[in-house]
Design a protein around this ligand. Structure first.
Ligand code: ATP
Ligand code: MG
Length: 397
């Protein structure tokens, strides 16, 4: 294997192992990409059945701040990344004393805190939704009426729409904040969304920055449901603005690794969109993202291959999308009691690629897998995606 790696131009210690904090599906797909390129993988995750732990050479089953676990991960890994943004930034900083860590604890710390994240966007000159930080009763009382109706979001630990309350009045806002136990929050103005999109960028330690084509995303109940990526999914000028903004957000924190930036495209005719310029950034994820999964089957370099390259210091080249693509998220809701969805019917459709994460129980809202659909034309991909959705019980889009 060492000889093969040398032949492929990969340098580094023999049997180079790449480490990842977190054992969810993103870690699993990272491990698969790394192993495809000849690396060994190590996962730190307390769960015996973690999707990534089960496919890795090393599974360190400790908590994320366990000193012995972190030492072990650093011992076996040549470089370390993360697959979820709520990994304690302090753990990454500790690992960084011994091994290259990408993204850095500092970059992850920004993404973990909505207030810090928004301040970073502002610093990078990228507009975000008008907002106020609410950490004290005085800040609550001071909130500008123009931010209502709005969404109160906990600054930390939110995902899939959790930790968010929609509020219309000052009184509702006060009640919502009390309901959230008065933890640090941001209040965001409710914006009129025409659609949502996201961009995956990968930035190397040498400053090279490449991107995947812009994804158009449909959320249902605060969870990503469908991603569509093909020419014409968005007006080209808007897509270009999103890519430029995502790159400057990565640049602004000297980011190394894969970063996803999510955007809102505003309904320009709505009064609440006035003065915001049509495109505002929502949030960033310091890792590959659900909306980038289509790249596994539709691009010559996937978001997980980009993650491996940034971590191993391998060259970054601009990925090329070779097929129009739609991704359908497969949530636990689709699993019939005691059974599985009709995969045979779905896989009988040409251009379907099934990805399951090896999770044992299908719960409502739990991400169990995704289905990528590729084809020769946009029409074909859309027709197949709608057929697959109907077989699986996913509402049409
Ligand atoms: P994720 O799983 O993406 O991390 P999250 O819990 O961080 O989700 P957000 O991305 O903040 O949640 O919001 C979830 C969804 O709620 C958005 O994708 C969007 O559809 C809607 N939303 C959030 N903020 C606003 C806003 N200011 N105006 C209008 N809609 C919004
Ligand atoms: Mg989001």
């Amino acid at each position: 294997m060492a000889a093969e790696r040398a032949a492929a131009g990969l340098s580094g210690p023999k049997e180079m192992t790449l480490g990842v904090m977190g054992g969810g599906q993103l870690g699993r797909m990272f491990a698969h990409a790394a192993q495809q390129m000849g690396f060994f993988t190590a996962v730190l995750d307390p769960d015996t059945n973690s999707p990534a732990g089960r496919v890795s050479h090393h599974h360190i089953q400790t908590g994320y701040t366990d000193a012995a676990g972190l030492t072990r991960l650093a011992e076996v890994s040549a470089a370390i990344t993360t697959e979820f943004e709520n990994v304690p930034a302090e753990a990454l900083n500790q690992l960084a004393q011994r091994r290259p860590v990408a993204p850095s604890g500092a970059a992850v710390a920004i993404a973990q805190d909505r207030a810090a994240e928004k301040a970073h966007f502002v610093k990078c000159g990228v507009p975000c939704a008008p907002y106020a930080v609410i950490e004290t009763a005085a800040q609550l009382a001071d909130v500008d009426a123009d931010l209502l109706p709005g969404i109160l979001k906990t600054s930390r630990m939110g995902y899939d729409g959790k930790g968010q309350v929609r509020v219309k009045t000052q009184a509702e806002l006060a009640a919502a904040w009390a309901g959230l136990q008065g933890v640090p929050c941001v209040l965001e103005k409710m914006l009129p969304l025409a659609l949502e999109c996201s961009v995956i960028v990968a930035r190397g330690a040498d400053g090279t920055c490449v991107n995947l084509p812009v994804q158009r995303n449909l959320h249902r109940d605060g969870i990503l449901a469908v991603t569509e990526v093909y020419e014409g999914n968005l007006p080209p000028a808007l897509a270009l603005r999103a890519v430029t903004a995502a790159k400057s957000i990565a640049e602004g924190v000297q980011y190394v690794g894969v970063l996803c930036v999510e955007f809102f495209v505003l309904d320009a005719h709505h009064p609440a969109a006035a003065g915001l310029g049509g495109l505002v950034v929502n949030e960033m994820a310091p890792r590959p993202h659900n909306s980038g999964h289509y790249s596994m089957d539709a691009c010559d370099v996937s978001q997980f291959h980009l993650q491996v390259r940034t971590l191993a210091g391998l060259p970054l080249v601009q990925p090329r999308q070779h097929s129009p693509s739609i991704m359908l998220n497969l949530l636990g809701d689709l699993w019939p009691q005691g059974g599985v969805p009709n995969w045979a019917a779905v896989l009988a459709l040409p251009g379907t690629h099934l990805h399951l994460y090896g999770k044992l129980d299908a719960k409502k809202g739990r991400k169990m897998g995704h289905l990528n659909i590729t084809g020769a034309t946009v029409e074909q991909v859309r027709a197949t995606a709608l057929q697959a959705a109907s077989i699986l019980g996913i509402a049409a889009f």
